[in-house]
Design a protein around this ligand. Structure first.
Ligand code: NDP
Length: 449
């Protein structure tokens, strides 16, 4: 759909022609640009200096071969990516995703989102993202280690504590970060905070594991509160059962909600008595098993194959925490029909544009991932601070900083939306507040990138 401003539309059309095959990236760019119309119209410098044309093009993209030897002695090859999108306000920062469907479009969409997300945290972090079409699922520890070492052997040439600081994402947890950190240290003969999400014995931050899920609930709680609502007594659906989903469950439950459904890429479970996050921790973090095995622990629960059906479960709050485009128009209609009061995004771009239109059009509360899942990268920023200070803060200290950051992100989004004539539109507010910070830094630095 055309964007209602000639300059923004021409930048988008040019991008769409150049990168026609990058559908996820184009979707993410379109979503941001269409909310920037009043910003570009209120300050001619953004067009004069072609800030939009510059911000949609990564500063640097690295694509590389990752050869590794499997347990049968066979040489396998995967592709590695690092997209260094924008360094106007700090070193590139953003996770690494290991999953078989990873391609340049997915990494660029994630890197683009990361620019605005990182700006919203108020910490000095630019935007970047990377990963590989390697999936650790079904691989032995030895295979994962050899892959990570090979991946880092190339990646280490492009990153550094003041240049680019990767973290985890789908398929990259503590184990993978550990293998990559060890290899970086060996290759560079230096101990630096070059990766975040590290283990607690070697520079990791307390509460980093919990941060994205906790942060999501702190954000949702602030938005609910501003609309005279809360988690108290509400049934909650959480898609996924990975890092974000597990700790979203813990915090939503602490805040008085009851999590009645969770999923993985094979299917979903429903437990009307409430899903204990500790059982999911055992299944996913200790046993690396499927969510269907929840019935071994709670036989009264129900398992349904296929993941999209989770959005038809009757509940009050939806927290998508799995992957991109997991809620389409039909799923959004099902949420509306079931009387859901709000959809707060834990994963990146889980709602399609059509789904967002249905959600917002029916008056549900809605928060975009780039705002409500920023707790992970914010705590990564706190991990970088602790590494630089050579200090470790307590769990409570980090958690309380995280809560403060999420509440101030919500306030910044709400204020920006109001200032630009869209009160209550947290999606527009997030894009505008994130954009202004980065765009003004780009203006100040001249045409250097
Ligand atoms: P994990 O790899 O820990 O977990 C991903 C979960 O989603 C798994 O349970 C996976 O199931 C499930 N899943 C994948 N595809 C689908 C699908 N189509 N339907 C239902 N479930 C699915 O990843 P994270 O929890 O770290 O990341 C989840 C999302 O949150 C991603 O979008 C990520 O970019 C975003 N995010 C993560 C942050 C972090 O700190 N970890 C920070 C900010 C955003 P299976 O086991 O079957 O693969």
């Amino acid at each position: 759909m055309a964007i209602n401003n000639a300059y923004l539309n021409s930048v988008y059309e040019d991008l769409a022609a150049r990168y026609a095959e990058q559908s996820e990236f184009l979707e993410a760019v379109h979503e941001v640009l269409e909310t920037l119309v009043p910003v570009v119209e209120s300050d001619p410098r953004y067009e004069q200096q072609n800030i939009i044309g510059r911000i949609v093009e990564p500063e640097r993209t690295v694509i590389f071969r990752v050869p590794w030897v499997d347990d049968n002695g066979k040489v396998q090859v995967n592709r590695g990516y690092r997209v260094q999108f924008n360094s106007a306000i700090g070193p590139y920062k953003g996770g690494l995703r290991f999953r078989e469907n990873v391609n340049l479009s997915i990494i660029k969409f994630l890197g683009f989102e990361q620019i605005f997300k990182n700006a919203l945290t108020t910490l000095p972090m630019g935007g970047g993202k990377g990963g590989s079409d390697f999936d650790p699922k079904g691989k032995s520890d030895g295979e994962v280690m050899r892959f990570c070492q090979s991946f880092m052997t190339e990646l280490c040439k492009h990153i550094g504590p003041d240049t680019d600081v990767p973290a985890g994402d789908i398929g990259v947890g503590g184990r993978e970060i550990g293998y990559m950190f060890g290899q970086y240290k060996r290759l560079t003969n230096s101990w630096t905070g070059v990766l975040t999400g590290k283990g607690l014995t070697y520079g990791g931050s307390l509460a980093r594991t919990e941060a994205t899920g906790f942060g999501l609930c702190y954000f949702a709680n602030a938005q609910l509160k501003a609309n005279s609502q809360s988690f108290e007594g509400k049934d909650v659906i959480i898609s996924g059962s990975g890092n974000v989903a597990i700790y979203a469950n813990q915090k939503a439950t602490q805040l008085g909600g009851k999590v009645i459904a969770m999923s993985d890429s094979n299917g979903y479970i429903v437990d009307e008595n409430g899903i204990d996050y500790k059982v999911i921790q055992v299944i996913k973090e200790q046993k690396q098993a499927r969510i269907s095995t929840y019935l071994d622990y709670v036989p009264t629960a129900k398992y349904v194959p296929g993941c999209s059906g989770i959005w038809t479960v009757k509940a009050d709050i939806a927290l998508p925490c799995a992957t991109q485009n997991e809620i389409d128009e039909d799923s959004a209609k099902a949420l509306v029909a079931n009387g859901v009061v709000g959809v707060f995004e834990g994963s990146n771009m889980p709602c399609t544009p059509e789904a967002i239109a249905v959600i917002k059009g029916n008056g549900l509360l809605y928060s975009p991932g780039k705002a409500s899942n920023a707790g992970g990268v914010a705590t990564s920023g706190l991990e970088m601070s602790q590494n630089s200070e050579r200090l470790s803060w307590t769990f409570e200290e980090v958690d309380s900083k995280l809560q403060g950051i999420m509440e101030s992100i919500y306030a910044a989004c709400a204020d920006a939306a109001k200032k630009y004539g869209m009160p209550g539109d947290i999606q527009a507010g997030a894009n505008i507040a994130g954009f202004l910070k980065v765009a003004d830094a780009m203006l100040a630095q001249g045409v250097c990138y």
